[in-house]
Design a protein around this ligand. Sequence first.
Ligand SMILES: *Cc1c(COP(=O)(O)O)cnc(C)c1O
Length: 374
Amino acid sequence: MTLSTSDRARLQAFLENTRENTESYLGYPVSKDFEFDDLVEFLRYPLNNLGDPFSDSTWRVDSRGFERDVITFFAEMLRAPENDWWGYVTNGGTEGNLYGLYLARELLPKGIVYYSQDTHYSVAKNLHFLGMRHIMIRSQKNGEIDYDDLRETLRARRDIPPIIFANIGTTMTEARDDLKKINNILDEMAFSQRYIHSDAALCGGMAPFMDPRPAFDFADGADSISISGHKFFGSPIPCGIVLARKCNVDRIARSISYIGNLDTTITGSRNGFTPLVLWHTIKSLGKDGLAARVQHSLDTASYAETQMRHAGISAWRNPGAITVVFPQVAESVKQKWQLATANGESHVICMPNVTREQIDELIEDMLATPVANK
Ligand SMILES: *Cc1c(COP(=O)(O)O)cnc(C)c1O
């Protein structure tokens, strides 16, 4: 299998382009400080984690043993109930969210999904796939769900089991809905049947190491949690994890004889490479390394917020967030740094690889090109 000279040149040009584009982005929550040379040889094999990671399978070219290690690590980190958790490595946060909503629908077919205005754009599509009834709740200014609006909306539908889709780090401002507050409201209304899913795409990798610890995991009342693997942890291929209470999952599992396994996952064929990526990160960094990574990002975010304010830019961030929000920048600045911009606001996300030098340079660019001149 060889390429022609021109095809090879095209790949080479693409490689250089990718390298350049990767250098300069500050606006998206994706880490790029990874190194997986140890895993390159595995690209020679058709690894496929077909079926349920926790049951036996006829197919053996898989990394399900590593996948189980990864899920076990997260179960502990997310304080899952002992011997009552299950999960798998997904293709990303969206699949984990789809899984959580699917499980909720099977358990509470008549339920209504409540989620805030600031919820990720993929959720509307997931709800459409599943045909679930849903109601959008107002957000507060900082992006967190408006608890009063949630309470009033629930009050009007006390005969219908609520399914709460909570945001642990919204896309634009990294706001976190507080599961303790949400649970208090559900208790107040005496809902006996309820389900809470935590969409912790970005923050699920950070929150366990933060003080104060955000209320977002199983011990705080979540029934399922989805986290992206390529965001805070970093991966060359999108991936993620989803965890749920095993007693709930068992109620919907179906056995499939063709693969000699259970059909518990959303897709049939599943990535066998990305569990190795997550396993490598967990093993090489350990809990201390991950905690240090979180602290480093928080320090950079604090630096960015302070420096911007000194420069007269009205920057702000949510408590414990690595996302710094400021008024929309000029088009050229947005393009240069690939800054996500919506509703008159832009942001930088201080992923572990973001440096203070880059923040300084960004501020210089912002001052040199005010929005009025865009
Ligand atoms: C990124 C993100 C998602 C989607 O995750 P993918 O890994 O891109 O599929 C969902 N919700 C939130 C809050 C996110 O930040």
